[in-house]
Design a protein. Structure first.
Length: 99
């Protein structure tokens, strides 16, 4: 049997959160092109740089096709901060179109 009192309380809570301006973060995934990776060890450096960015949840870096796939909390970081991290590590990157 449904407890309508609980459902009503949940509805009120969700409504209050919506009105309070609280933003619920959602995971976002971006694919970065990293064309300057020129050896099999380069992805390790790129991965470590990306993992050190606050909000990054998952990183996969491949030598071919020279890209990094990053899942991150968009309330804690941005694509620009991810690009900055790879650039500081010596590997400039840019978002791939359509991904």
């Amino acid at each position: 049997m449904l407890n309508f009192s609980r459902i009503a309380k949940l509805g009120l809570l969700l409504g209050a959160l919506a009105l309070s301006g609280v933003v619920v973060a959602s995971p976002r995934t971006v694919t970065l092109s990293v064309p300057d990776m020129n050896c099999a060890a380069c992805p390790i450096t790129v991965k470590k740089a990306l993992q050190n960015v606050a909000g990054v949840e998952k990183v996969s870096v491949t030598y071919e096709p020279k890209e990094a796939i990053v899942t991150f909390d968009d309330s804690k970081t941005t694509v620009d901060k991810l690009r900055e991290a790879t650039t500081k590590a010596g590997y400039p990157s840019s978002p791939k179109e359509g991904k």
